[in-house]
Design a protein around this ligand. Structure first.
Ligand code: NAD
Length: 456
């Protein structure tokens, strides 16, 4: 196992020079990152095509455009985010002033997954840079072309004592986790999230865990069926379902099930054609292991649509399974592929109960115009975040902190939330020396009596 002690120490030494805390330095680093992404746009599109057969459209929107927008937003707001935040002073502290400094942690370790291999490594990096940290990225080993290119871009753009990318698999990740870093930002599976938190606990290192889970998508009886079908087909099958916030399964009101499924079929055909296996713009499954796991679900319930596969290219048609229950294997864990199981319901408590029996979802989607139904679902179910009358879209707003809760994750990022995630909030009280309130001292006559007037 390699030893990353030297790299981390080098970054700590650089961090301690204070250079990374300078706002101009941070802004310049973000500008350099933006230029590097633009310069390598075509290489990135090619690498993503090689690794996952991502289409140019999907790759640009979900891996490049979204990062350029995040950098633009951060550049625009960073000066104001980084200012000390003045807060009020209570009567008991009269004479003093109080403020909160956003202080970088130091060396941040970013471990990322394969499904959006560039975006999910660089988006947290934007927050780490903005907050003034050094960073080490460990991208996924399952998308080797993109991860190699990412390492090349980082090496070309930044000195390694500031930002570095380390290539490798589980062992590399574990070797890095054996070292003492100042922050760990992990995106990946629930199972590995537990390993990360355990490793972090040895040094009491703060963590953000961006995990996954089964995200429900509820289509109520009053939903705009055509639009719902289109938005669900898009959110589920983009990247062949390999999206952490993709609708994992559908809960459809029984009165509209038939009509909805007809529209869903139309929407899927419109997006991917009659023969999705022949569609060169349709994303492939990342590995044989993931492909085999997904294929094992294809005989669950009844096959409504899709189901064809091609092993040579690791591709699976957009597939819809009906007559599914929570007892089917496809309902055990996050699917993370182009298979959409459909459960039906007749009353809201049924859904609420069904979801309560399982870990907190990362996302939840609800299609209804009815305010009462919206409130009921939002009020009764704990989940990371989501949309009403859409899927996945909340993820792309810099004004909405993105993250899970409990099993689906800890902490959040995007926009200002990224800056806050990578900043320690250092609270400072600046006391006056012009007078000294005497009651706090135990030798003051009647001190306690007077204190009680204030602390009631
Ligand atoms: P993963 O957990 O297998 O791997 C993620 C990273 O952890 C990789 O870099 C990998 O090398 C490393 N790793 C794997 N096993 C490890 C171990 N035992 N010890 C230390 N490091 C280890 O996840 P994945 O398969 O790459 O990604 C898919 C999962 O990620 C899904 O569950 C998905 O929901 C989740 N995800 C979440 C988000 C989010 O933002 N919440 C985004 C994308 C993916």
């Amino acid at each position: 196992m390699e030893n990353y002690n030297e790299l981390i120490n080098k970054q700590k030494t650089f961090f301690n020079t204070g250079k990374t805390k300078d706002i101009e330095f941070r802004l310049e680093a973000l500008q350099k990152l933006r230029s590097a992404i633009k310069k390598h746009e075509n290489d990135l599109l090619k690498a993503l095509k090689d690794d996952l057969n991502k289409s140019e459209f999907d790759a640009y929107i979900t891996e490049i455009g979204v990062l350029l927008e995040e950098i633009r937003f951060t550049l625009k707001h960073l000066r104001s985010w980084a200012k000390p935040e003045k807060v009020r002073t209570p009567l008991t502290h009269i004479g003093s002033r109080s403020f909160i400094l956003s202080d970088p942690y130091g060396v941040a370790l970013i471990i990322s997954p394969w499904n959006y291999p560039f975006q999910l490594a660089i988006a947290p990096l934007i927050g780490a840079i903005a907050a003034g940290n050094c960073a080490i990225i460990k991208p996924s080993e399952l998308t080797p072309r993109t991860s190699e290119l990412l390492a090349q871009i980082i090496a070309e753009t930044f000195p390694s004592e500031y930002i570095s990318a380390v290539l490798g698999g589980v062992e590399t990740s574990q070797a890095l986790l054996n070292e003492r870093v100042d922050y760990i930002f992990f995106t990946g599976s629930v199972q590995v999230g537990k390993v990360i938190m355990e490793a972090a606990s040895k040094n009491l290192t703060p963590v953000t865990l961006e995990l996954g889970g089964k995200s429900p998508c509820v289509v109520h009886e009053d939903a705009n069926i055509k639009l719902a079908a289109k938005r669900i087909a898009w959110g589920k099958f983009i990247n062949a379902g390999q999206t952490c916030v993709a609708p994992d399964y559908l809960y459809i009101h029984k009165n509209i099930k038939r009509e909805f499924l007809t529209e869903l079929q139309k929407a899927i055909v419109e997006l991917y054609g009659e023969l999705p296996l022949e569609n060169d713009d349709y994303t492939h499954i990342v590995s044989k292991k993931h492909y085999d796991r997904l294929c094992s679900f294809l005989n669950n319930g009844d096959l409504f649509l899709g189901g064809k596969t091609r092993e040579r290219e690791l591709v699976i048609e957009p597939t819809v399974l009906t007559n599914i229950t929570w007892q089917d294997p496809v309902m055990e864990d996050e699917i993370f592929g182009p298979i959409l199981p459909v459960l039906e319901y007749s009353s809201l408590p049924e859904i609420i109960e069904g979801i309560h029996e399982h870990p907190n979802p990362l996302a939840l989607y609800l299609f209804t115009e009815d305010r009462k139904v919206q409130e009921e679902i939002l009020h009764h179910i704990t989940f990371g975040g989501g949309c009403i009358n859409d899927t996945v879209y909340h993820l792309a707003s810099p004004h909405l902190p993105f993250g899970g809760v409990g099993n689906s994750g800890t902490g959040s990022y995007h926009g200002k939330a990224s800056f806050d995630t990578f900043s320690h909030k250092k609270s400072i009280l600046k006391q006056t020396n012009t007078f000294d309130i005497p009651f706090r001292y135990p030798n003051m006559k009647n001190g306690l009596k007077r204190i009680k007037l204030f602390l009631k």
